[in-house]
Design a protein around this ligand. Structure first.
Ligand code: PEP
Ligand code: MN
Length: 345
């Protein structure tokens, strides 16, 4: 429920309403972005009578928030949220490009690729150090050594780093190195992990569970927001459908639909969403045309030798093509691409 106070309601009235909300076992939060004071009620609503709250002094009306998520909903927070990562604003007028290898494989591979991507204007570098692999026998990532290589990328090139955290016990370590913590598709409903990243202040890239509905994605975001971290970026990365010809099915509907349901920025991962490098550019274009706030793509110098996700990795030259394409697509939908002024792109 959202309690809309009358224009001119005084502080004592607001405080009395908040106290009543607490007495009913809910947590009151001031909702932003309105000329009037609005108080959101977070918690179990069963047994709470909106008419009783509507009669409290200073209350104009009580609006039900029908969605089970509250802090993540547009009703609660009408204005777009902008999440800042390094020098990039995600969810603002410009679309943002995040690129890098699926996995950090070695210092040489990572630094060479980072230099190439930096020259293309990429300002957020992705790379997994802790890898959630379907098979326990597959490459599991370089762990902390990989994080140190990512820290070197930031120090040398000034790029911000986004990297995955897989367990609650690793949140502190990964947050020391990363500018943005990625929660992977397989952990979207790992509620203790969501709470742990909600309790720290680094922005979170929350990937949609491969078998999750948008409501489940937004409830996962709610876990993070309700712990006090407002900096959540959602990522559509493809879902399981009956279609077998691609690794996952990129759900382009999700992008404008999430834009209706939530104020949180939404980016697209066409690499995992398709599983094929030759579909990455078309699906990235579609995502930006549909309103995505950015893309995250996997790039590798020698995809055939990649230790993970080579089949969906673009070569650097193709990534440059993608960036040029996205500049055209974003211009067509009234946006720009957040790139530093560069020659030759
Ligand atoms: C990744 O980004 O490399 C990754 C493992 O993503 P997802 O969790 O979407 O599979
Ligand atoms: Mn990957």
């Amino acid at each position: 429920m959202l309690i809309v106070m009358r224009i001119g309601a005084d502080e004592a009235e607001v405080e009395a309403v908040m106290a009543r909300v607490r007495a009913l076992g809910n947590t009151p939060v001031l909702a932003p972005g309105s000329e009037r004071v609005c108080i959101g009620m977070l918690g179990e609503e069963r047994g709470i009578n909106p008419d009783e709250i509507g009669m409290l002094s200073g209350v104009d009306r009580v609006v039900p928030i029908l969605a089970p998520y509250k802090l993540a909903s547009r009703d609660f927070h009408p204005l777009d949220t902008v999440v800042t990562v390094g020098d990039q604003a995600i969810g603002g007028p410009d679309v943002v490009i995040m690129a890098g290898p699926c996995s950090v494989e070695s210092r040489a591979q990572t630094l060479e690729l980072a230099a190439q991507l930096h020259d293309m204007g990429v300002r957020i570098f992705r790379g997994g150090a802790f890898k959630p692999r379907t098979s326990p026998y597959a490459f599991q990532g370089m762990g902390e050594d990989g994080l140190q290589i990512l820290a070197e990328v930031r120090a040398r090139f000034g790029m911000a780093i986004v990297t995955e955290v897989m367990g609650t016990d690793e949140v502190g370590l990964v947050a020391e190195y990363a500018d943005m913590l990625q929660i992977g598709t397989r952990n979207m409903q790992n509620y203790r992990l969501l709470e742990a990243v909600g309790q720290q202040r680094k922005p979170v890239l929350l990937k949609r569970g491969m078998s999750s509905t948008l409501e489940e994605l937004l409830l996962a975001a709610e876990y993070i927001l309700s712990q006090g971290n407002p900096n959540v970026v959602l990522c559509e990365r493809g879902i399981r459908t009956f279609e077998q010809s691609t690794r996952y099915t990129f759900d382009v509907n999700a992008i404008p639909m999430l834009g209706l349901l939530t104020h949180l920025p939404v980016i697209a991962d066409p690499s995992h969403g398709t599983g094929r490098w030759d579909l990455v550019i078309p699906i990235a274009r579609a995502a930006i045309a549909a309103g995505a706030d950015g893309v995250i793509v996997e790039v590798h110098q020698r995809p055939a030798e990649a230790l993970s996700d080579g089949a969906q990795s673009l070569r650097p030259a193709r990534c440059a093509e993608l960036i040029a394409d996205l500049q055209r697509i974003s211009a067509a939908v009234g946006r720009g691409v957040a790139l530093p002024a560069l020659a030759g792109v």
